[in-house]
Ligand binder design. Structure first.
Ligand SMILES: NC(=O)c1ccc[n+]([C@@H]2O[C@H](COP(=O)([O-])OP(=O)(O)OC[C@H]3O[C@@H](n4cnc5c(N)ncnc54)[C@H](OP(=O)(O)O)[C@@H]3O)[C@@H](O)[C@H]2O)c1
Length: 293
């Protein structure tokens, strides 16, 4: 279930960082009657239902010409790479510059959403995490994300942060590629992973936009935190590949993700129902329609 149709028609929404999730969201909102702008550095290939808006959030280029009379802004830009400079640009400089530009124009935005990540929780003992769990990141990139959340919260507009787990869906076939590669995939037994299908990530944003009084924070994860080994075993069985190798130690690549079980009760209590409540439904759907990778 989604209450996106509860969004008032002609609501004016800016999607700042209109990529995969943002475009899916924009199409849903436009179909419900909203007027939607998609901001990115190169907006030339956005679908026709989303008005293109070229600007650079990191250096502010183009932001002086933002559309006027915006009701809602969704900040869902993603870093260009894994390093600190890219994270600072996307998650701290970008939100600050956007807030400055909105304020300079005297905009009265009624709703601001920011897509953050469950990476802000530096938890590695597999315990449950919800919105009341303190987010005290240790990794420098996670600290930048957390600082971006705060920058928006301290701004003049009512802000809601949604911390997504790992996004997966069409075009995001990393696990499938690993399993099919000659080296195969690997995992550390007992290490949990948390995810949300991109389709549900966009639906969740639309749902929060239409709530009369959203909470300041939601975890955006499906119903099923699961050990990565379990996910890979299930996928290997679907694909007919070798199961993942078990490793004793987490490779450095995965150390940012930690080991935690993120809970979505607050999002569900807000009336949101998942199309893909677990990796099984989500990947089954991808395997039905996806080209071989
Ligand atoms: N991937 C995950 O597993 C994961 C997990 C948790 C949270 N998230 C968050 O979820 C959100 C949505 O992710 P996504 O997969 O939809 O990302 P995406 O497809 O990579 O889209 C991000 C968009 O941001 C735009 N962008 C980046 N830097 C910009 C800048 N300086 N100025 C203007 N636009 C800029 C890019 O367009 P241009 O290049 O044309 O500018 C791109 O369209 C992001 O905030 C991401 O951090 C992702």
């Amino acid at each position: 279930m989604s209450n996106v149709t509860a969004l008032a028609p002609h609501t004016r929404v800016l999607i700042a960082g209109c990529g995969d999730v943002g475009t899916r969201l924009g199409l849903q909102l436009a179909a419900a009657g909203a007027q939607v702008w998609g901001l990115r550095r190169d907006p030339s290939r956005l679908p026709a239902a989303i008005a293109p808006f070229a600007a650079d959030l990191a250096d502010g280029r183009g932001l002086a010409a933002l559309p006027a009379g915006l009701d809602a802004v969704v900040y869902c830009a993603a870093a260009d790479g894994p390093g600190e400079a890219a994270y600072r640009a996307a998650y701290l400089d970008g939100p600050r510059r956007l807030l400055d530009a909105l304020e300079a124009r005297g905009e009265r935005v009624r709703r601001l959403l920011f897509t953050s990540s469950t990476a802000v929780y530096a938890i590695d003992d597999g315990r449950e995490v919800d919105e009341d769990t303190p987010a005290e990141p240790v990794h420098p990139t996670a600290r930048l994300l957390r600082a971006g959340e705060e920058a928006l919260r301290e701004g003049p507009y009512p802000a809601t942060v949604i911390r997504f787990g790992g996004l997966y869906g069409p075009g995001r076939e990393r696990l499938l590629r690993l399993l099919r590669s000659p080296a195969g995939a690997s995992c550390v037994p007992g290490v949990y992973s948390n995810r949300i299908h991109v389709h549900d990530a966009a639906r969740a944003l639309a749902h929060l936009l239409a709530l009369p009084t959203p909470a300041p924070l939601y975890l955006g994860v499906d119903d099923t935190p699961a050990p990565l080994c379990e996910v890979l075993d299930w996928l290997a069985a679907q694909l007919g590949t070798a199961p993942p190798r078990r490793l004793a130690v987490d490779p450095a690549e995965d150390s940012r993700r930690g080991n935690k079980r993120c809970l979505n009760k607050r999002l569900r209590d807000a009336g949101f129902a998942f199309t893909f409540p677990s990796y099984r439904e989500g990947y089954a759907d991808m395997l039905k329609s996806a080209p071989r990778v």
